[in-house]
Structure formats: structure tokens, C-alpha cells
Write a protein that binds this ligand. Structure first.
Ligand code: AQP
Length: 345
């Protein structure tokens, strides 16, 4: 038996403040891939609870991310949208991967170091083993492609290491169970385009992030037109005019970030944007960027509001998606148990 060659899986955490980085780095890519792939998109609520979440807010954020997926153009009929905790196979396979992955591998994960900071001893065990759950999210569907922002590259490499180790630890049993090649695929990260790492509007060296205490550091998908325009106007820049070529952006993180955001929103090449705006002052460019951001994000914002006004409808979409996801995951879990010698019905 072989696995499908074109199955996409990816997820977004319902931790609030869904921002332009999530949208450009991940969600727009999710939308594009629908043409050529079978796509499974997950609101990863089990990842969210690796840090404490207010239960009511978590539920609202889960619906909000679902609304953002649909408002951005993901079709929940043709593809699958669901929240992670509804499909128990994720947690089940994550436990198995806790037993496959090595402590040394997880100790190297930079995201854990950044998020735990100086309070490592107080971080949840879940935050430490987060990458094993992420590997399970992907491999429980034997997904072959994973669109993510650049910050997730290391976790994707770990997923491939886990798949490889499982395939080699159980190679004999995999064959005995009738699988000719490694049971799990080594999924390909899809990290492409101008917006794989959108930076904070206040600091060109820090990633735009949900947890940044300054709301001016990011454009939220829930921001209205005036707020978007104000945040773009207030975005930090430098006193030099915009250069006409990419070389001129060297060492100018904030300026480069705004050009990347413009290029990604307009679906244009970076060089092309600089050819038009190079030599001019930031004020003119910022006005054009604010107009563009409002034009692109305004309709998404409106549609998210409309969808969120009917939580029952969103819940039906999530429940239906979970049932379809379970149908794919269940036989894979049965195979995994057979391969490992775990007795099952
Ligand atoms: N700044 C970014 N630029 C490009 N892509 C980004 N992503 C996140 N930030 C950027 C991508 O969005 C997807 C969903 O991310 P997530 O919500 O699951 O988790 P995250 O990466 O932890 O998001 P944040 O905003 O950075 O949250 P905090 O502040 O909690 O750390 C992923 O594909 C991610 O790469």
C-alpha cells in the first residue's frame, strides 16, 4: 500500500490576535493549495492549551480562526476544516511519538526556548513536547505537504526525523504488515513567497506575533479600516527614502518588511514594487500600503464578522470536518497499532 502523494495538512492556533503574518505566511497559501491538493486545515486547540487559555475565550477564538479560514477563501465542502481536539487520533499518535522522539531532539527546539524563556521549569510539559503533537497532526493523515511560515521550519524537520525513525525502528514489522516502503511519508515543508516571515511593525528584527504586548506591532484580521491605516502610518521606518533595488534594503529591516507586505498583498514581485515606489518618501508608500491593506483585508473582516454572528453554523462545519478527518485518521491509527504490536479491534 502507498500513501497519497498530494495531501496537505496545516494548522493555526486559536490563541487570539490572528494577524497579517498568519494570513500572508500561512492562510493565503492554504487557499492557493486547494487547486492541486486534498487539503486538511485544522484549528489546533490542543496546541493552544500548552499555555493557559480562558475556556470561553478559547472557544470564541476557535470559531474566529474557522471564520478567518472560510472568509479568506477555504472551501469547507471540498476540503476539511475542523478543530484538533475533536479528532482524538491526534493525541493518541502524539503519545506514540513521545516514545519515538528523543529528548535531545526536543531540547534543540528554538521555539520552546523562546516561549519558555527563563521560566523553563515552570513551562508545561505540553509546551516542551509540542513538536511531537505537530508531527502527529501531520502524519496521522500521512500528509505529504505542509504550508507554514519560516518559524515552523525546525518543527517540520523534527516531523521528518520522527517519521524516519518510526519507519526504521519498525521496518521489519512495516513489511510484515504489507507495506512496501516506509509507512510514514517524509512531509515537504512549503515555505514560499515574499511573506514567509512578516516582522513586527515596531521592530524589524522581531517576528509579527500574536503574543506581542503592543497591538501596534501587528495588523489583526479583526482590525477595521481606520485602525489598519493608523497602524501602517505609525509603522517604524528610517529617514532614508525607499531604494529602487533590493540591495538598498540591506540592514533596513523595517523598510524591507513593509515592502514585503506590499508585494505579498498585491501579489507582485519585490523588484516590481521598488521600481514603482523607489526614490520616494515613506509617507506616500505607506498611504498606498494602507489603501491596499484595507482593500484586501476589509472584505475578509466583514465576512468574518458575518460568520461569527452564527456560531452554530461554524460549529456544524467543525463537527462535519472532524467526522471526515476521523475517517482518514482511523485506519492509519489501526495500521500504526498493528505495526507496533498494540492489540486492537
Ligand atoms: N510573522 C509571521 N510571518 C509569517 N508567517 C507566520 N506565522 C506566524 N507568524 C508569522 C505562521 O502562521 C501559521 C500559524 O501560526 P500559529 O498561530 O500556529 O503559531 P505561531 O507561529 O506561534 O504564531 P504567532 O503569531 O507567532 O503566535 P505567538 O505569539 O503565540 O508565538 C504558522 O504556519 C506560522 O508559521
Amino acid at each position: 500500500m502507498t500513501y497519497p502523494q498530494n495531501r496537505v495538512f496545516s494548522g493555526v492556533q486559536p490563541t487570539g490576535n490572528l494577524h497579517l503574518g498568519n494570513y500572508l505566511g500561512a492562510i493565503t497559501r492554504f487557499v492557493d493549495l486547494q487547486q492541486d491538493f486534498e487539503c486538511i486545515y485544522c484549528v489546533v486547540d490542543l496546541h493552544a492549551i500548552t499555555t493557559w487559555q480562558d475556556p470561553e475565550v478559547l472557544a470564541a477564538n476557535t470559531r474566529e480562526v474557522t471564520a478567518a479560514f472560510i472568509a479568506s477563501g477555504i472551501d469547507p465542502e471540498k476540503h476539511i476544516i475542523f478543530n484538533q481536539s475533536r479528532v482524538t487520533a491526534h493525541a493518541e499518535l502524539a503519545w506514540i511519538f513521545n516514545c519515538v522522539a528523543r529528548m535531545g531532539w526536543l531540547n534543540r527546539m528554538t521555539q520552546f526556548k523562546e516561549k519558555a524563556g527563563k521560566h523553563r521549569e515552570n513551562a508545561s510539559v505540553g509546551l516542551f513536547s509540542y513538536p511531537n503533537l505537530m508531527a502527529a497532526d501531520i502524519l496521522v493523515y500521512r500528509a505529504t505537504h505542509v504550508p507554514v511560515g519560516e518559524d515552523q521550519k525546525q518543527h517540520l524537520e523534527l516531523t521528518r526525523d520522527i517519521a524516519q525513525k518510526f519507519n526504521s525502528d519498525y521496518a521489519g514489522s512495516i513489511q510484515k504488515n504489507g507495506f512496501e516502503e516506509g509507512y510514514f511519508p517524509l512531509p515537504e515543508p512549503l515555505i514560499q513567497g515574499a511573506a514567509t516571515r512578516i516582522m513586527s511593525l515596531r521592530d524589524g528584527s522581531a517576528k509579527m506575533s500574536k503574543s506581542d504586548p503592543s497591538d501596534y506591532s501587528r495588523i489583526n484580521l479583526t482590525d477595521d479600516a481606520d485602525t489598519i491605516a493608523l497602524k501602517v502610518r505609525k509603522a517604524r521606518t528610517d529617514p532614508e527614502p525607499l531604494p529602487s533595488e533590493m540591495d538598498g534594503l540591506e540592514g533596513r529591516g523595517e523598510a524591507e518588511n513593509l515592502v514585503r507586505i506590499f508585494a505579498a498583498l498585491a501579489d507582485r514581485q519585490l523588484d516590481d514594487v521598488l521600481a514603482e515606489y523607489g526614490g520616494g518618501q515613506f509617507s506616500g508608500f505607506k498611504q498606498a500600503l494602507a489603501d491596499l491593506a484595507v482593500t484586501k483585508l476589509g472584505p475578509i473582516n466583514d465576512e468574518m464578522k458575518r460568520l461569527c454572528a452564527d456560531p452554530g453554523h461554524i460549529d456544524k462545519i467543525l463537527s462535519n470536518g472532524a467526522a471526515r478527518a476521523t475517517e482518514i485518521a482511523a485506519p492509519i491509527m489501526t495500521d500504526v497499532k498493528s505495526i507496533m504490536g498494540l492489540l486492537h479491534d
